[in-house]
Design a protein around this ligand. Structure first.
Ligand SMILES: [Zn+2]
Length: 115
């Protein structure tokens, strides 16, 4: 009977640890970040990066330190050239309605690349 206080404390600690463990598991399953294809506006470099959901673009490019990373869409033209286009909102807030054009041969026959 001498240890009843100690046992109680151990019991409480065990419950707290258990709750924290469950919270940690639930938290780790929540999608906090998504992997996106991004392109630097200044260098044109395309990178894959995990981005927080709801992040506002542009975001900082870890390679250059510049805040000019935008989501990019990959396209492939009918001649097999692959290129990326910035999915950058214009001042009106909407995405550009311009059809993407292959930068190599100028063809408009392009298909989005499935990620
Ligand atoms: Zn092309």
């Amino acid at each position: 009977m001498a240890n009843w206080k100690e046992n109680k404390i151990i019991g409480i600690v065990a419950i707290v640890v258990g709750i924290l463990a469950i919270a940690g598991i639930v938290f780790s399953f929540m999608p906090k970040k998504v992997s996106l294809t991004l392109m630097s506006e200044s260098t044109g470099q395309v990178i894959k990066m995990k981005v927080k959901i709801g992040a506002e673009f542009p975001i900082v490019d870890p390679a250059t330190g510049k805040t000019d990373l935008y989501p990019a869409m990959g396209y492939k033209c009918s001649n097999g050239h692959e290129f990326y286009v910035l999915a950058k909102a214009d001042k009106g807030g909407g995405l550009s309605a311009m059809p993407p054009r292959c930068p190599v041969d100028g063809t408009l026959e392009v298909q989005p690349i499935e990620e």
